[in-house]
Design a binder for this molecule. Structure first.
Ligand code: HEM
Length: 537
């Protein structure tokens, strides 16, 4: 009996070996070095560290070169790790690499058909990107809109920090609330007050999505979709995220109808493209996910054959709230930890702000060019933490190549921004936080054409570059400058200071001093969640 079972297992493994081996060979990627050891069925999946995929991939790049491939179960994935390969793929051959791979996790609720992040490169995607950018108005006088939308939340954030005198505070929550409120204002035209549960609700949903869309454990769902039948925990949390998101959306969407029409926001802008009122009236179905097809959409007077529905609008809203909140809140809280570790940087920033803006008014975007050290610090922050380390997976739209190596159509490609930003040959001492990398010998910000600026790609590049890049950079500036202008962040207990190395972020306690009266008060930081790396995948 035992012998028969063993024989059965052997045959299964042999078959799996032959099938997966065949896939790898016929896929036409043989010029690209392959990670080893490779084992039947799993490929290289057993070698990946769940929470630190980007660190494992970066180690492999040192061994196999800047372009290598790995096999996760039966799928080959090509990983690009340096500037030359990433630039060629995303910028020079942007269209070839602009797709998104089909993934079980994005097919579940048709997110691959409706969202911006997970949709492959289609006319609908191009249309959505264009219209979301248009409604965010991140150019010219539109930037005043950003200042206007951020101002009340920055003021409230500063007030909450000040009020914490003598009491433990949680900067993560205060910052998260403010950043999330700005996103709600952009997407739904609402701004919940502090007693509202909306932001807490969103925080919970975002944490669930973040957890189940990362490149860690949840990846297994894409390769072994049958796991959902076994009530896999990642699958259950993913389902919960979708359920909570739908409930939240339904409630907010109902409120939108009673809102003052003059308030512009992304959701209303996209709604205006639904063909006519008749379609909008069928909204309960749309909200629950049944597509209300609209083939005639208005855009600058022309008609697009794009299937826009309430499901699409719900998905776009979900993308913006997640991508627009957690990324920026994480970056700002990491900045506070860096301040605690590098007080001299914080002092230099404060001196720069005092000399140019003073403390009579809050900073505005016109101040950006007057504050090169602050600009350099924010660039270095994005390089150092690289908190979207593997971008979002790309997919080849046609047969193509990178650095002379052939890639067939329909190949999944990972963009390793973590490796790009910590490459010792480009960034000397990459684990040292050093804003001067982005300054010239006169303390001026390096021009955007400078090698160091070109090689920094925290938002990706090309056709799938982060949709919120301008919003994110400007908002980071406004928030960070206001914090430094008003407070000094200091360690309560130097000995128990958490690590600042982004390879091992953890959290602890620190003080915040108010510049105006230098009265110390204790800042208590949420120990668990604060410096978790953010993986968008
Ligand atoms: C520090 C802040 C942020 C960082 C570092 C960041 C980084 C990224 C990265 C690396 C990508 C993937 C690009 C690729 O696929 O190659 C991305 C995509 C995206 N981001 Fe951001 N992001 C930030 C803030 C934001 C904000 C504020 C928004 C919302 C307005 C946003 C919305 C999006 C969307 C919608 C996509 C998907 C674009 C597409 O698939 O076409 N992000 N982001």
């Amino acid at each position: 009996m035992v012998l028969e079972v063993l024989l059965g297992l052997l045959i299964i493994f042999l078959l799996a070996y032959l099938i997966t081996r065949k896939t790898a060979k016929t896929h036409g990627l043989h010029t690209i070095p392959m990670v080893s050891p490779w084992i039947p069925f799993f490929g290289n999946a057993h070698l990946l560290h769940n929470a630190k995929t980007h660190i494992v991939l970066t180690k492999w790049a040192k061994k196999y070169g800047s372009i290598f491939r790995m096999q996760l179960f039966k799928e080959d994935i090509v990983v690009l790790n340096d500037f030359a390969s990433i630039y060629e793929a995303l910028v020079v051959k942007g269209r070839d690499f602009a797709g998104r791979p089909p993934m079980y996790r994005t097919e579940i609720a048709q997110r691959n058909r409706h969202s911006v992040v997970w949709q492959t490169y289609t006319d609908k995607l191009v249309f959505l990107r264009k219209e979301v950018l248009r409604s965010l108005r991140m150019y010219g006088t539109g930037l005043e809109n950003l200042e206007h939308k951020c101002r009340p939340d920055i003021e409230l954030m500063l007030k909450r920090f000040s009020e914490a005198k003598g009491q433990p505070i949680d900067p993560w929550n205060i910052i998260y609330d403010a950043v999330c409120n700005v996103m709600l204002s952009f997407t739904l035209g609402t701004r919940p007050d502090l007693t509202s549960t909306s932001v807490q609700y969103i925080k919970h949903i975002n944490a669930l999505f973040n957890d189940t869309f990362g490149a860690g454990r949840a990846l297994r769902l894409d390769f072994l979709p049958f796991l959902h039948l076994l009530r896999d925990d990642c699958h259950c949390r993913h389902q919960e995220a979708l359920k909570l998101r739908d409930a939240f959306w339904e409630e907010e969407f109902a409120k939108l109808k009673f809102q003052d029409d003059s308030r512009d926001c992304v959701v209303k802008h996209l709604l205006s493209f639904l063909e006519d009122d008749k379609e909008k009236k069928t909204e309960p179905n749309g909200i629950n996910g049944t597509s209300i097809s609209s083939s005639f959409l208005k855009s600058g007077g022309s008609k697009h054959d794009v299937d826009l529905s309430l499901t699409t609008i719900k998905e776009v809203f979900t993308n913006l709230i997640l991508a627009g909140t957690d990324t920026t809140a994480t970056a700002l809280t990491c900045l506070l930890l860096l301040f605690v570790h590098h007080p001299h940087i914080q002092i230099s920033l404060w001196e720069e702000i005092s000399a140019t803006i003073g403390n009579e008014r809050l900073p505005c975007l016109a101040d950006r060019e007057k504050l090169p050290y602050m600009e350099a610090t924010l660039l270095e922050l994005l390089r150092y933490i690289s908190h979207v380390p593997l971008a979002v997976p790309h997919y080849t739209m046609c047969d193509t190549s990178v650095l002379g190596k052939r890639l067939p159509a329909n190949t999944t490609v990972y963009i390793n921004l973590w490796s790009l930003h910590h490459d010792e040959s480009v960034w000397p001492n990459p684990w040292t936080f050093n804003p001067s990398r982005f300054l010239d010998s006169n303390g001026k910000l390096l021009p955007s054409s400078h090698e160091n600026r070109r090689r920094l790609m925290p938002f990706g590049a090309g056709r799938r570059v982060c949709l919120g890049e301008t919003l994110a950079k400007n908002r980071l500036f406004l928030f960070a400058t206001s914090l430094v202008q008003n407070f000094f962040f200091q360690a309560e207990d130097e000995k128990n200071l958490p690590e600042v190395d982004p390879q091992a972020y953890e959290m602890g306690l620190f003080y915040i001093q108010n510049h105006s009266d230098y009265k110390q008060f204790i800042g208590k930081v949420n120990e668990n969640v604060l410096f978790k790396l953010y993986l968008i995948q």
